[in-house]
Design a binder for this molecule. Structure first.
Ligand code: FMN
Length: 216
């Protein structure tokens, strides 16, 4: 039983990593082996549109591009559950996470009406998003509409509806006085953190547990 977290933030000890690591703690608490992979330590590209993965004379579900992502894609396919963690950048996933998902999802997808997914199993998954905006602003800006395409393809290709955890109003800097950040109120952000952080961490822990139990 293995649960893998993919950290799509360049900050290895940032908000996204903290939630992912807490989710992995939850997974480990019910017996899962866990691993966190930091995408921004790897060298890779997104899908090159070579269509090798869709050729009739080749094994399906294999991305032929060889780079640092090659072993990661294999590990995810072998896992029993996967967490995709990304900060929100310009209302979407980071480019690193988008490139990763292009490779993972497209290589396990063929243009067949009967069997669009060639993953060969159901892989429970979860998206963990962290972002500056408040829950109210996320609604106002229709953030969910930007994220829906990846979630929908993940549903169809991984074979289960992904869970979702959103951490709003995150702290971006340790010391706001060092940066031009007058659009934010540091006091409000810190008050939000005091009020919600422990509860959100518990949600991440529970998510890791749930994913593990589903993957059994
Ligand atoms: C290039 C860039 C773009 C960003 N765009 C958004 C955005 O559109 N909406 C938002 O709420 N936060 C945005 N943020 C803030 C991050 O999503 C937020 O600080 C996040 O929690 C950072 O996660 P990390 O600590 O794991 O890197 C952006 C940050 C960067 C660096």
């Amino acid at each position: 039983m293995k649960i893998i977290a993919i950290n799509g933030s360049p900050r290895r000890t940032g908000n996204t990593a903290a939630y992912l690591r807490k989710a992995l703690e939850g997974a480990a608490s019910v017996g899962a082996e866990t691993e966190c992979i930091d995408l921004y330590t790897l060298h890779y590209k997104g899908c090159l549109s070579c269509f090798y993965c869709k050729r009739k004379d080749k094994e399906h579900g294999v991305c032929i591009v060889k780079d640092d992502l090659t072993p990661v894609l294999e590990k995810v396919k072998q896992a029993d559950g996967v967490l995709f963690g990304s900060p929100i950048y310009f209302m979407n996933l980071t480019s690193g996470m988008q490139a990763f998902l292009e490779r993972l999802l497209f290589s396990n997808y063929i243009y067949s009406r009967e069997i669009p997914s060639v993953l060969g199993k159901k892989l429970p998954s979860a998206f963990v998003y962290t972002m500056n905006v408040t829950v109210e602003h996320a609604k106002e800006y229709h953030l969910q509409d930007s994220l829906a395409p990846y979630e929908t393809f993940a549903t169809n290709i991984l074979g289960t509806v992904p869970h979702k955890l959103c951490a709003f109003n995150t702290l971006q800097f340790k010391d706001y006085s060092q940066y031009e950040s007058s659009v934010f109120s540091e006091a409000d952000k810190k008050a939000y953190y005091q009020k919600h952080h422990a509860e959100e961490m518990q949600q991440a822990f529970d998510l890791g547990k749930q994913l593990t139990l589903e993957g059994r």
